[in-house]
Design a protein around this ligand. Structure first.
Ligand SMILES: [Zn+2]
Length: 314
């Protein structure tokens, strides 16, 4: 009986009508698979294009001197800084891959040569600060220094085990993320990176990411020595959490409170009032006065502490 059914079924398929049905099914199946592939490809390409062209926080901005040998060379919000010296310069942060050409144009506009940049530093390795480092590295030949945790992420094109899985998946297929950077040196908390007379001390202020690095350094402005602190982002993202995060943030806040800071900045320029201070410096008796803001520094840390107590994430 079973045999009979099978032979009837094959007879149906073998009939011209059966063959047509099979062909129809095969064509529809092929079309569905093709459509699926084209859709995935289109999503990846559109995602990559958006990633390459995204302009959030990176409209071009005028470069300017903050104090002494310390300059702003970033975009309107995604920050980057240049510290110049007779034996070579330091650039802190690279923006997105597409911010890097703006940073290079700003360095040139200030009268400096990208080829004289000897050291590249990073606040944290998310795409808006780590993404452009490879472009800057290729243009300058500079050595890139990073904390252990940041180095792992920079060398993996922005991948970070603490990110939520969907974001990591988008990095793996190239929608997020950036060209992997070549990290030349890893530093420990409290190490000082030197280029001639320039000396920047690394403070690992973990929380936003595990390797988030704040920098402190003196700047000579005229006959005044001013203490600068570049604070790593103190907010936490709902998409980037890890078990020791609260304890890390407590420790980071205490450390930052202990640093003397006449001038302070962070890697998002809106947070420290880049534009407001830039405009004020144009009319100030002494241009550097507009950037001397120890109260703003304390307020920024207090605000981060309030966020920590409230458990708020961005
Ligand atoms: Zn970030």
């Amino acid at each position: 009986m079973i045999l009979l059914n099978v032979s009837r079924a094959s007879a149906r398929l073998a009939s011209p009508q059966g063959e047509r049905r099979l062909r129809h099914f095969t064509n529809r199946y092929r079309r569905a698979v093709l459509l699926g592939l084209v859709t995935v490809l289109a999503l990846v390409l559109v995602g990559r294009w958006l990633n390459a062209t995204k302009i959030g926080g990176q409209q071009p901005a005028e470069p300017f001197r903050i104090a002494g040998n310390f300059y702003y060379v970033g975009a309107n919000d995604v920050a980057a800084f240049l510290i110049t010296g007779p034996e070579g310069h330091v650039v802190l942060d690279g923006g997105y891959p597409s911010t890097a050409p703006m940073i290079m144009a700003s360095i040139a506009k200030l009268g400096f040569n990208i080829k004289d940049v000897r050291v590249l530093l990073n606040s944290e390795p998310h795409p808006d600060h780590g993404g452009g480092l490879t472009v800057l590295q290729q243009a300058s030949g500079a050595q890139l220094w990073a904390s252990d945790a940041s180095a792992d992420s920079l060398a993996a094109g922005g991948d970070d085990p603490d990110l939520i899985l969907p974001l990591r998946a988008l990095i793996w297929i190239g929608v997020l993320g950036y060209p992997a950077a070549r990290v030349d040196h890893r530093f420990k908390d409290g190490d000082t990176i030197r280029v001639g007379p320039i000396a920047l001390t690394a403070h690992i202020t973990a929380g936003h990411t595990r390797g988030c690095t704040s920098w402190s350094f003196p700047v000579l402005d005229g006959d005044r020595v001013l203490n600068v602190v570049s604070v790593c982002d103190l907010g936490v993202l709902a998409t980037s959490r890890y078990p020791e995060q609260v304890a890390d943030r407590e420790r980071s806040l205490r450390l930052l409170q202990s640093l003397p800071a006449e001038i302070w900045v962070t890697n998002h320029a809106r947070a420290w009032g880049r534009y407001r201070k830039f405009v004020a410096s144009a009319t100030a008796k002494s241009p550097v006065d507009a950037f001397i803001d120890p109260e703003g520094y304390r307020a920024y840390i207090d605000q981060a502490e309030a966020e920590l107590r409230s458990g708020r994430a961005h």
